[in-house]
Design a protein around this ligand. Sequence first.
Ligand code: AMP
Length: 214
Amino acid sequence: MFVIFLGLPGAGKGTQAARLASQTGLVHVTTGEIFRENIRNETDLGKKAKPFVESGRLVPDEITIGMLLDRISQPDCADGCLLDGFPRNTSQAAALDEALSAQGRAIDKVVYIKVDEEELVRRLAGRWSCPGCGAVYHETSEPPKEAGICDSCSSKLRQREDDRPEIVVTRLKVNMEQLQPMLDFYRAQNKVSEVDGARDAEVITDALKEIIAG
Ligand code: AMP
């Protein structure tokens, strides 16, 4: 089963995809994390992606589409995956459809996690991530037990470069422009379910599980 998580930055796509992956056994594929890992390891891909990621712009399709198709052709995605952060525009969506259909596969479901803009800015500004295990915290709504330290692996938490307020504005703008055409693209295929992302994480996970099972 291939499930796409759509939503603006901060909507909870990553958190929810990770929760569902651990509860369903489906692989969680997240393009933002693949880019960040390549940037940390200073690979060729990381060097190409870095200026885009750090300024909140989309990495060009010529780089992103190949990378994603390569990732989902790995054996662990043979039965599908949860896609978080891809597609980000209709060209990526069309390229993904084409590649899957060439293999006799298709996207099964698209879930749109909807959260209003004011709440997204609040979430992104207070978000702290663990460079060790990828856990995500929020300084007021989901703080770690000890300030600045990851509950799971004790690494020192840090704020993502692109969660700084001046970059958040660009990221939201870029992503908002692309979201509606993508929703239209998948609505024309009757694949979109909408979920209110302003509720507690557990309630949203249950709603998503129902959609995926249905
Ligand atoms: P995210 O963690 O999903 O917010 O992604 C962080 C950054 O990685 C984005 O702001 C983009 O620079 C880049 N990125 C992630 N996914 C994509 C994608 N599908 N297309 C282009 N750029 C992407």
